[in-house]
Design a protein around this ligand. Structure first.
Ligand SMILES: [Cu+2]
Length: 388
C-alpha cells in the first residue's frame, strides 16, 4: 500500500465499489412506487424536495470548492475582501431560504390536509394492534379476524435454536389472513391498540398511523390499482416488534364481494365468537396420547411458541412459563378455560378460533412437554363441551 500513487488508490477504491454493486442490486434505492393518490403526493413531495436539495447542494458545494481551488494560498490569494456585517448579504441569505421554505411548506401542508381528510368512506375497518399481531374489524359487515405473521419459527430460529428451514421469499412479511379491500374505494381505518403503541405502516398506501391504547386515530387510502401491498409495525413495541407484518390485498369490487361473503361465514362477529370460527372436524374422535402430542407440537409452534417460547420457559414476567405451570400440570378444566377464552387484559388472547382437535392436541402437548410429565390427555370432546 505504501508506494501507491493517488491514481492507483482511486482506481482500487473504484474497483472495490464496483465489486460491491451486485450486492446492492436487490435493493431499491428510492421509496416504493405509490399505489394511492396520497402516496403519489408523498412521492411527488419527496422527489420535489430532493431536487431542491440537489440544487442547493450543487450551488453551495460548487461555490465552496471553486473558492477553495481558485483562491488557494499557493496561488497567491489573499483574504482581503471584507463583507462582515454587510446588510445586503444578510438580506439575501435570509430571503432566499425563506422563499425555499415557503415553496416546500405549501405543497407539504396541502398533502398533510389531504392525508387527514378521512371523510366519506366506502369501507371502514377498525385496526386493533396488539403484541404481536393485528385485528381487522369490518364492523358494518359484522366481520372481524386476526392477522398474524405466517413465517414459521423453523425459518427464523431462536436464541440457541438454529433455523432448520430455508427462508421464504416473503420471509417475515407473510401473514395468515390479509386485509382485503376493493380498488378505487375510499377505505377509512380506525387505528387503535390494546397494549402498547404500535404503528400501522404500509408505505405504498401512504399510511403510517400510530395505534395508541385508549385512542382511536383515523387514516384513509384509496388504492388506484389492484395488488398486494406489504408493511410492518413501525413502532418499537417490544420483543416481537419485527414479527408483526401487514398485508393489504386490493381486489376488484366483484372479488371483494366474494371475499366478504366468504369472510362472513368464517369470521362473523354476530354469531357467538366461540362458535363462529370452528373448522369442520369430528369432535367425538378419540386420539391416543402420542397422537395428540405429535399434533400438539405443531399447533404449539405455530400459535404459542412466540410468547411461551419453543422450550416452554416463557419470558417472565411478561409471558409465564408453561414448564412447571400449576395450571398446565393441574386439572384440565382451568387450562382449557384460559386457552379457549384467554385472559382479559393480558396478551393471552382467546384461542377459540382453533379447532377442538387442535386445542385438545396443544393442551395435551403442553401437559407432556418441557418436563411436564402428567401422562394425561385431553380429547376434542372435552374442548367442545367447554366452549361457551
Ligand atoms: Cu407493534
Amino acid at each position: 500500500m505504501k508506494n501507491k500513487t493517488l491514481i492507483e488508490r482511486v482506481f482500487l477504491a473504484f474497483t472495490a465499489l464496483c465489486m460491491a454493486l451486485p450486492a446492492l442490486a436487490s435493493y431499491d434505492v428510492n421509496i416504493p412506487p405509490p399505489a394511492t393518490p396520497i402516496s403519489a403526493q408523498i412521492y411527488g413531495l419527496h422527489m420535489y424536495i430532493l431536487w431542491i436539495c440537489v440544487v442547493i447542494f450543487v450551488i453551495v458545494f460548487g461555490a465552496m470548492f471553486y473558492s477553495i481551488f481558485k483562491f488557494r494560498k499557493s496561488q497567491g490569494a489573499k483574504a482581503d475582501v471584507n463583507f462582515h456585517e454587510s446588510t445586503l448579504i444578510e438580506i439575501i441569505w435570509t430571503v432566499i431560504p425563506f422563499i425555499i421554505l415557503i415553496a416546500i411548506a405549501i405543497p407539504a401542508a396541502r398533502t398533510v390536509l389531504d392525508m387527514k381528510d378521512a371523510s366519506h368512506p366506502d369501507v371502514t375497518i377498525k385496526v386493533t394492534a396488539f403484541q404481536w399481531g393485528w385485528r381487522y374489524d369490518y364492523s358494518a359487515d359484522d366481520v372481524g379476524f386476526y392477522s398474524y405473521m405466517k413465517t414459521p419459527w423453523s425459518q427464523i430460529g431462536q436464541p440457541g435454536i438454529e433455523a432448520t428451514e430455508k427462508k421464504n421469499p416473503d420471509y417475515l412479511l407473510e401473514v395468515d389472513n390479509e386485509m382485503v379491500v376493493p380498488v378505487n374505494k375510499r377505505v377509512r381505518l380506525l387505528v387503535t391498540s390494546v397494549d402498547v403503541i404500535h404503528g400501522w405502516y404500509v408505505p405504498q398506501l401512504g399510511i403510517n398511523q400510530y395505534g395508541i391504547p385508549g385512542f382511536i386515530k383515523d387514516a384513509w387510502f384509496k388504492a388506484d390499482k389492484t395488488g398486494v401491498f406489504k408493511g410492518q409495525c413501525s413502532q418499537i413495541c417490544g420483543k416481537l416488534h419485527g414479527y408483526m407484518p401487514i398485508t393489504v390485498r386490493v381486489v376488484s369490487e366483484a372479488d371483494y364481494a366474494k371475499w366478504l361473503a366468504d369472510a362472513k361465514t368464517k369470521w362473523s362477529t354476530k354469531a357467538a365468537p366461540a362458535a363462529a370460527a370452528v373448522p369442520a372436524e369430528d369432535a367425538s374422535k378419540q386420539y391416543s396420547l402420542d397422537e395428540l402430542k405429535a399434533m400438539g407440537e405443531k399447533v404449539y409452534a405455530a400459535n404459542c411458541a412466540a410468547c411461551h417460547q419453543p422450550n416452554g420457559k416463557g419470558t417472565p414476567p411478561a409471558f409465564p412459563p408453561l414448564a412447571g405451570s400449576k395450571i398446565v400440570t393441574g386439572e384440565a378444566a382451568k387450562q382449557i378455560d384460559i386457552v379457549l377464552n384467554g385472559k382479559a387484559g393480558t396478551a393471552m388472547q382467546p384461542f377459540a378460533r382453533l379447532s377442538n382437535t387442535d386445542l385438545a392436541a396443544v393442551i395435551t402437548y403442553t401437559k407432556n412437554a418441557f418436563g411436564n410429565a402428567t401422562g394425561k390427555a385431553v380429547q376434542p370432546a372435552d374442548i367442545k363441551a367447554a366452549r361457551r
